[in-house]
Ligand binder design. Structure first.
Ligand code: SF4
Length: 701
């Protein structure tokens, strides 16, 4: 018999959601390998996933016990859990009594497990009486959420990874899956190797590694996506390469879209986008010849001042060609975080309700409030991620509870975030690691359990729910996040938090979804543990899960039809370039780092790829500034500056520079903290920040 005990779990990094087998030896040492039986990755793992055990083994950075300070001027001291929870409850009660429930807020994470997300929402929306619960998924998926809702009637990804092997044309837009969703990309790559006629179009202002397999790279100017997708749509309509029957029978608003597309000619569009008319026509031709057409997109579309418009414009291409609701076809947003989708299922945003119910709908609010047995739910949307930190800075929000995220590095305009945290009356940080720079500002620091140290579920990019086993105990006095939250709720005197296990929380969440579009009332822990992962909806105990939505061409809108939403590109809403700040800064990920490096930054093997931040810059822009490859330069925007080494490249257009988003205040200075530079502008509907377009200047250090 093997001396190892094996446990099934899921990778804690990106939204691909690869299955992992964690093996524990008799001494408790963990190793990991890809789960060969998992339908997503079939045993494969990327470098981040295969090195997860190093993150678990190294406890040197872990927060081991609660710490508290009595006032801002004092150092934090070790306290008991009881003292910590009493203080948290006392502060929250005082703030709520004195300033009302909207004076407190929770800022959580797409890395939280679904059960944890559920509890925060229930606690805040159902019992405290505030909708001030937002998440770092606001920085990632909120534009896609609005796009899906407007076009399909629901925040719902229609397809599965298994559709990859059935498609013959992919449009990868504003995404670099070769680095950011590597196992998904391997599947596309392998599919193209086997089927060389498969066509791949990449839309990206940079020539990234994903372009290596592209038949066509549309290297557009940042922010011009809507013009491009509208131009392709116009070409498809003009050439009658659209699915007339699908449009006539299953969509609304086609004529209005068609009329709106007449505003811009192909040559005007090409000029705005910085590409050729020939390439626009080629893209349209590749799409029109496809039997199975999949669009894949990520932050290049979502993180924009017109992120919702970009989503609408891309979704229109799937609707025009009828490539939705059939195998091998459909729109497919790539989730950045492992459980951004699970968080939304339980209402993990300031404008959402649990079970995809609508915060603006009185009946829905009453249903959820009655189910929870707490207070009436306020119809007023809560503060979104950036609004929450603005409100801390202005003093409107008094206390914030930050769970499993590092806003000091990940939010735009980091210097403003720093001011907000300094100005907050009370900051609770619940995390696993002192490597999160945000811990510095905690008045109360709560040690949380990490990956494999707690149980729960997550939902990946294709609506697949997986159960994550607890494999080892957390170190020191760290507790599972769910336990911390229900203990706090009990200290507040709230009923309905008498859970004995996370499974009970999960059951409650599933029961609330009954009868909704995301019904998982037929999916128990025992099914997840025994039968493996399932894609929602799973409405009955013997339901096999749902690989594809809309096969019956019935959409979740009021009319049952999908809707063409008209994405307009009028005046620029991003930050304006000026003589002082003439370059467009765009930020993003590198292959082996994850978010703010609290985990990947401590794994030596992952540091061999790209150990330090760098600014990618076109050779002409570098020459004009007398900068050579490897020189240190100063990058400056209206909001701040950083020093960083230059990487001179012909993969990026003139006028655009790229800085990875991962680095914080390394080495005690601002070397490479990209968000010192980024703008606070957000999309007016999704409130997602415009990370891909900030005006900067670069000069010699
Ligand atoms: Fe983890 Fe994503 Fe890599 Fe899969 S592709 S192993 S989910 S980081």
């Amino acid at each position: 018999m093997s001396k190892y005990k094996s446990y099934k779990t899921t990778c804690s990094y990106c939204g691909v959601g690869c299955g992992i087998i964690a093996k524990k030896d008799p001494k408790g040492v963990i190793t990991v390998e890809g789960d060969k039986d998992h339908p997503v990755n079939r045993g494969m793992l990327c470098t981040k996933g295969m090195n997860l055990h190093h993150v678990v083994q190294d406890k040197s950075d872990r927060i081991l016990y609660p710490e508290m300070r009595w006032s801002k001027g004092h150092e934090r001291q070790k306290v008991s859990w009881d003292q910590a929870m009493n203080r948290a409850a006392a502060v929250f009660r005082t703030m709520i009594d004195k300033y009302g429930p909207d004076s407190v807020g929770f800022y959580v994470s797409g890395q939280c497990l679904t059960e944890e997300y559920y509890l925060v929402n229930k606690l805040a929306k159902g019992f405290i009486g505030t909708n001030n619960v937002d998440t770092n998924s606001r920085l990632c998926m909120s534009s896609a959420v609005v796009g899906y809702k407007q076009a399909l009637g629901e925040d719902s990804v229609p397809i599965s990874y298994q559709d990859i092997e059935l498609a013959d044309c992919f449009m990868i837009a504003g995404a670099n899956p070769a680095w950011c969703h590597p196992i998904l990309f391997r599947r596309i790559e392998a599919h193209k190797e086997k089927n060389p006629d498969t066509k791949i179009i990449v839309v990206d202002p940079r020539r990234t590694q994903s372009c290596d397999i592209a038949d066509l790279h549309l290297q557009i100017l940042p922010g011009t996506d809507v013009v491009l997708y509208n131009a392709i749509a116009k070409r498809l309509i003009d050439k009658r390469k659209i699915d007339k029957s699908f449009i006539a029978n299953h969509t609304d608003n086609f004529e209005a879209l068609k009329a709106s597309l007449q505003d811009t000619s192909l040559s005007e569009a090409a000029k705005i986008c910085g590409i050729s008319v020939v390439d626009i026509k080629k893209a349209a031709s590749l799409i029109s010849n496809a039997k199975g057409f999949i669009t894949l997109w990520a932050m290049g579309l979502n993180q924009s001042s017109i992120g919702v418009n970009k989503n609408n414009a891309l979704l229109n291409l799937s609707l025009l060609t009828g490539h939705i609701g059939k195998p091998g076809s459909g729109p497919f947003s790539l989730t950045g975080q492992p459980n951004a989708m699970g968080g939304r299922e339980v209402g993990g945003m300031a404008n959402l309700l649990a079970a995809h119910k609508d915060l603006a709908n009185e009946t829905h609010r009453t249903e959820v409030a009655n189910f929870w047995g707490g207070k009436e739910i306020s119809p007023k949307p809560g503060l979104t991620a950036t609004e929450m930190f603005d409100a801390l800075e202005s003093g409107k929000l008094k206390a914030v509870w930050i769970i499993c995220t590092n806003p000091l590095v990940s939010l735009p305009n980091a210097n403003k975030v720093e001011k907000a945290l300094k100005n907050a009356k009370f900051v609770i940080v619940q995390d696993i690691s002192y490597r999160s720079e945000t811990t510095e500002y905690a008045d109360l620091l709560l040690p949380a359990a990490g990956w494999v140290e707690k149980e729960g579920t997550m939902t990946n990019s294709e609506r697949r729910i997986t159960h994550l086993n607890k494999v080892i105990d957390p170190p020191g006095e760290a507790q599972a996040d769910a336990e911390i939250l229900w203990n706090f709720a009990r200290k507040m005197g709230y009923h309905g938090f008498d859970y004995n296990s996370v499974e009970e929380v999960y059951k409650e969440h599933c029961a609330l979804t009954k009868g909704t579009n995301i019904d998982v009332s037929g999916l128990s822990y025992s099914r997840l543990k025994g039968e493996g992962s399932f894609q929602w909806p799973v409405p009955t105990n013997n339901h096999p899960g749902t690989s594809r939505l809309f096969l019956d061409k019935k959409f979740y809108t009021d009319t049952g039809n999908a809707k063409f939403v008209i994405p307009r590109f009028t005046k620029p809403t991003s930050e304006l370039l000026t003589e002082k700040h003439p370059l467009i800064l765009t930020t993003g990920r590198v292959r082996d780092q994850w978010h703010t490096r609290t985990k990947t930054g401590k794994v030596n093997r992952l540091l061999t790829h790209i150990p330090d931040p760098y600014l990618e810059m076109n050779q002409v822009d570098a020459f004009l500034r007398e900068l050579k490859d490897g020189d240190v330069a100063v990058v400056e925007s209206k909001r701040g500056k950083v020093q960083v080494k230059i990487k001179v490249s012909d993969s990026i257009n003139r006028g655009v520079v790229f800085l990875p988003m991962h680095w914080g205040k390394v080495l005690g200075n601002d070397f490479g903290r990209a968000n010192n530079l980024t703008t606070s502008i957000v999309d007016p509907i999704s409130k997602e920040p415009d990370f891909k377009f900030s005006a900067v200047q670069v000069s010699k250090y």
